[in-house]
Design a protein around this ligand. Structure first.
Ligand SMILES: NC(=O)c1ccc[n+]([C@@H]2O[C@H](COP(=O)([O-])OP(=O)(O)OC[C@H]3O[C@@H](n4cnc5c(N)ncnc54)[C@H](O)[C@@H]3O)[C@@H](O)[C@H]2O)c1
Length: 431
């Protein structure tokens, strides 16, 4: 029986390889559609949590995991031979950069190698990890075909970029349109039918490369525009112009403008990393992606700029950064989540330490934070704690913070997010 038939009669079993920020929400949506889902991960801790009916991803309610696990619709394992049970398998493992800022495809390769021996005829495999155009066919396809199955002859293969936006209360896995591109037209149509079981809107494109490039376009668009704002921030500051006011005014234009904001630097698993996947691949074609390189350079300089601005602000209070107590407010890479990956707070805290500042932090989502190799706990946000700091450095604008207390108690605040625009107070310095 083919995948299509098994999808229609509801007997198709789905597999998810990599149960992280992307994989777990996806597995939940799949299981909610009534299909049995096998989650596969190298982390015994995560698979045990799923089987115990507990969530470790803030956007995924524990009640959903518990309900679906109890119904037998969701289970997890470190045993990749269970890929044999699956009619469709989705791979969503990490795609980081190595120290040389080159793509590290080893996670994708080992995930594909782990499932390849167990794939059965008629199976669909899709890759969701963000990567450069060509990965699905150049890296994943040969590994999967080592099983003896060939794409177009018993194996379907497609790329479908994940667009999850952690912390977004409106757009989640189900209602975020999904782009799909297969190796062959049949691979595309099978992938469209598969995703259509649990995602509202599917957008087919002509190839895996087009689908891979779509995700990179989305992230490069953000990376370049944020860099532009970071450049304009520095020009505006020198000219005595409030850039945040300017963006707010510009965004009243009802067409042809989309607001982006400056900040302390890029964070997260996507925007600081994915553009360099394309920059690396472009070199194979004798091309240099100068916008990407320039944006990377501008954005990477922001933590240094923030520290310089903090030194200037302290100087105005006749203080040196060395020996000053700095309370870093918010360390996650964006508001209202606990994700620390690539957070600019990591770089900023390191720079502050290098300058011999005394660094403490508060983040309602991140109970521990590694500072110069030492794990330190988040301090309580009391009036005494805030008052004991020579400066508060607001890096992440979480909603669940008493900003009134911070402004009342602080001696000096450098606000890198314009989170305190409602407080007209001389001690608040805007980036
Ligand atoms: N987090 C996001 O907001 C987001 C958004 C869009 C796209 N993406 C992309 O999705 C992919 C996954 O990202 P994520 O945020 O879910 O990462 P994550 O680190 O949260 O999760 C990845 C999971 O894969 C597991 N894993 C690693 N190697 C494995 C292997 N060989 N076999 C099985 N499991 C393995 C890890 O244990 C982990 O549970 C990345 O390519 C990322 O760029 C992430």
């Amino acid at each position: 029986m083919g995948l299509s038939q098994r999808l229609q009669d509801g007997t198709a079993v789905f597999g998810v390889v990599g149960l992280g920020y992307v994989g777990l929400p996806l597995a939940i949506e799949m299981a909610k559609s009534g299909h049995r889902v096998v989650g596969m991960d190298i982390s015994a801790e995560k698979t045990a949590e799923v089987n115990a009916g507990r969530s470790y991803i803030p956007d995924v309610p524990t009640a959903d995991v518990a309900d679906l696990a109890a119904k037998g619709l969701l289970s997890a394992t470190c045993d990749f031979s269970r890929a044999a049970e699956c009619d469709a398998v989705v791979i969503c493992v990490p795609t980081p950069l190595n120290d040389m800022k080159e793509p590290d495809t080893s996670y994708m390769e080992s995930a594909a190698r782990a499932i390849a021996p167990y794939l059965h005829e008629g199976v669909l495999v899709t890759l969701e990890s963000t990567t450069y155009p060509g990965t699905t066919e150049e890296i994943v396809q040969p590994i999967l075909e080592s099983s003896g199955l060939k794409v177009g002859e018993g194996l379907s293969l497609a790329f479908s970029p994940e667009r999850v936006d952690p912390g977004n209360a409106v757009y989640q896995t189900r209602n975020t349109p999904k782009v799909v591109g297969g190796v062959t037209p049949r691979c595309t149509s099978e992938a469209v039918e598969f995703y259509g079981r649990f995602i509202d809107t599917i957008i087919p494109v002509s190839s895996t490369r087009a689908a891979e490039m779509t995700k990179l376009l989305e992230n490069i668009f953000r990376c370049v525009n944020i860099a532009l704002m970071n450049e304009l921030l520095q020009v505006s500051e020198r000219m005595g112009i409030n850039i945040w006011e300017v963006v707010d005014a510009a965004k009243t234009k009802p067409f042809g403008f989309m607001p982006f904001y400056p900040g302390p630097g890029l964070g997260g698993h996507c925007i600081p990393i994915d553009p360099f996947y394309l920059a690396w691949k472009a070199r194979e074609f004798d091309l240099h992606t100068e916008f990407i390189e320039l944006a990377g350079k501008t954005n990477e300089a922001m933590p240094y700029y923030v520290v310089q601005r903090l030194m200037n602000a302290l100087n105005d209070h006749r203080k040196a950064l060395a020996g000053s107590r700095i309370l870093v407010l918010g360390v996650a890479y964006k508001p209202n989540i606990d994700d620390m990956r690539e957070s600019p707070a990591i770089k900023i805290a390191g720079l502050l330490r290098d300058k011999e500042a005394v660094v403490v932090y508060h983040d309602p989502f991140v109970p521990h934070f590694e500072l110069a190799g030492v794990e330190v706990p988040s301090v309580d946000l009391t009036a005494e704690e805030v008052a004991s700091a020579d400066a508060v450095l607001l890096v992440t604008d979480h909603s669940d913070v008493d900003y009134g207390l911070v402004v009342r108690s602080a001696k000096l605040i450098l606000d890198t997010r314009n989170a305190l625009s409602a407080f007209a107070d001389d001690k608040v310095v805007r980036l």
